[in-house]
Design a protein around this ligand. Sequence first.
Ligand code: PEP
Length: 245
Amino acid sequence: MHRKLVAANWKMHGSNALTATLLGALDAQPPACEVAVFPPFPYLARAVHLARGAVGIGAQDLSAHAQGAYTGEVSGAMLYEIGARWVLVGHSERRQYHHENDALIAAKLQRAMECGLTPVLCVGETLDERERGITESVIATQMQAPLHLLGERFAGVVMAYEPVWAIGTGRTASAAQAQAVHAFMRSQLAARDAKLSRLIRLLYGGSVKAANAPELFAQPDIDGGLVGGASLLAEEFLAICAAAH
Ligand code: PEP
């Protein structure tokens, strides 16, 4: 059994005030599960300060490059220096709006690990892909380049299954649908290395709320959640964390 992990993806939401409110709520009622919070870049340092080490802080993206003339990008070393220890890689919104492909995502994963950050690799199918019955092949393809590049170092990655049709839509995968894909992901890992499949934590993401978290987190292959919208509401997020215990 893994220790459950609940991750909060604030996306492009927040302010100094909201950072203080949400981190303050976690400080006042520390959850029993592991928690990682992913604010937008400008609030990272403040979040690290407010979290006081009790909650992990991470960025929503990093550059695949170590440093250089890449205007607008942020390096893994910079994130580590300001105290971030986590980073999201390959979120579907980055795949969709920034055309990130599996090779770039694999390079970002590698860079994150070189910089001492724990990456959360997001994978997931679109509605069209689910309806065409190709969910498993889409997930297998998304896992292939990172597994190939990282080899046994992939054990340091956390994975999040986030069906694109469930993100921000209020439409959650049923616990059985989510469990089926998680079991498939574990079987893909086991096909490479049984130890890898036991070590890696697999989170579910897609309209997780306090109401559906208990059933999702009770599934044998779901080790926690990646929470978007509901992570911006302190009470709701704390209730999700409580469901992970
Ligand atoms: C996400 O952005 O990773 C996510 C799961 O969002 P939401 O919970 O809002 O669907």
